[in-house]
Design a protein around this ligand. Structure first.
Ligand SMILES: [Zn+2]
Length: 401
């Protein structure tokens, strides 16, 4: 793989051994659509390791043996690429980038990301906004990136908005991040300007500890995307930007409660389709409504009925994505047996007691927050959420077994 940056435009050329089909770090198959993308609103003079990591978030799935950057990287970064992916990276020759003092939030506006922001009320936001690609037709016009950007501006936090078409480098399964970490490409390129030493993501306990990015249904202490000793966290750390998961120890029930109880509640939006509000009918709206109804202990409020195509998934046996939250919802929502979830009730024996671990924080998630930002997260979780008991910790560590 050969990579060049011209301003914010990344162009890459595959080597003979590279392939246009590959797998993201979570094992999910992805297919390449095109070999360039642009990130706007980024400086030209960022540290070369930042350009390298930003590029790697896009080209990693297709690179087999080596990568040549257009500017020398540090030996530390080359080692992280070699140790993590077995890739020879160069040229080598730059000094490492020292970590800054600032922690920024990679802010999407969803409940998890808002909850991460609530833990660090002074942290600035970096918001990734999807832009059209000049050579790839947009067959997904329902994705309302401008709505999410407007809500991000309304939060009043210091905000860096980065626009990029990098999601269109992906042909299959659909436009999206080639690696989950590509959402951070713009934040990485702005890391020197913002003085970043850390970047916080809203990944919660399901993503970090219960299965990874695209669902495995097992305890995953060695999650390659988000464990501190995993290849991605080591790579980011080598570029002086530590990955921080402020809500990595809590469930989506807790992030929902924190987000909707915060001063940012009016800006929370997980739906990518609605303009004036959530669409209420997409799969994400339905899943989040299940969680919100459970948190608020009220009946499910959805226009979807059991004969809707969207309901079909809930007639099949588990596992489901976010299964822990499905169990949580089924155990708590009054009248759930009269909704489209009725069909899957028979697969579970979830009770409030058997799902109460999802109301507390898994302490090892706090231990892996880098030292400069750990105390604040520990204080917050202790005071606002409560830590898991030994028995509850056991539930996490035997998940799926
Ligand atoms: Zn929706």
């Amino acid at each position: 793989m050969r990579v060049t940056w011209a301003g914010g435009t990344l162009t890459f050329r595959l080597d003979p051994e590279d392939e246009i089909t590959g797998r993201a770090a979570d094992g999910y198959p992805v297919k390449l659509a095109t070999n360039s993308c642009t990130i706007t609103n980024v400086p030209d003079d960022a540290h070369p390791d930042l350009f390298a990591v930003a590029a790697w978030t896009v080209v990693a799935p297709w690179t087999r043996r080596r990568i040549a950057f257009d500017r020398a990287i540090s030996a530390e970064l080359a080692r992280a690429l070699h140790d993590g992916w077995g890739v020879e990276a160069g040229p080598v020759g730059a000094d490492p980038r020292p970590a800054g003092d600032t922690l920024a939030i990679s802010y999407s506006g969803g409940a998890d990301s808002v909850a991460a922001a609530v833990v660090y009320p002074d942290a600035p936001f970096v918001h990734f906004r999807r832009a059209p690609h000049p050579r790839v037709p947009n067959r997904w016009p329902h994705y309302r990136s401008e709505v999410l950007a407007r809500l991000a501006r309304q939060t009043g936090r210091p905000l860096t908005e980065v626009r990029s078409d990098l999601e269109y480098t992906l042909a299959e399964p659909r436009p999206g991040y080639p690696e989950h970490h590509a959402v951070a490409a713009g934040a990485l390129l702005n890391a020197d300007l913002l003085g970043l030493g850390g970047l916080a993501f809203g990944y919660e306990i399901g993503s970090r500890w219960l299965g990874g990015g695209r669902y495995l249904h097992r305890f995953t202490p060695d999650n390659p995307m988000w464990a501190p000793h995993g290849m991605w966290c080591r790579l980011f750390a080598a570029a002086g930007v530590h990955i921080v998961l402020p809500v990595g120890g809590v469930s989506e029930a807790v992030t929902m409660r924190l987000a909707l109880g915060s001063e940012l509640a009016a800006q929370v939006r997980w739906c990518l389709q609605g303009t004036d509000g959530p669409c209420r009918t997409c799969a994400k709206c339905l899943y989040k409504e299940l969680i919100q109804a459970a948190v608020e202990r009220r009946p499910l409020d959805t226009p979807l009925t059991a004969d809707h195509p969207r309901a079909r998934k809930w007639l099949r046996p588990p596992p489901y994505g976010g299964q822990e939250m499905v169990e949580y919802g089924l155990a708590r929502i009054p009248g759930i047996e009269h909704t489209l979830f009725a069909g899957c009730l028979e697969y579970f024996e979830a009770s409030e007691e058997s799902t109460s671990w999802l109301d507390h924080c898994y302490p090892p998630a706090l231990a892996e927050i880098p030292e400069p930002w750990r105390d604040q997260a520990v204080s917050f979780m202790t005071a606002q959420v409560g830590l898991m008991t030994e028995k509850e910790i056991h539930r996490v560590e035997t998940w799926g077994s």
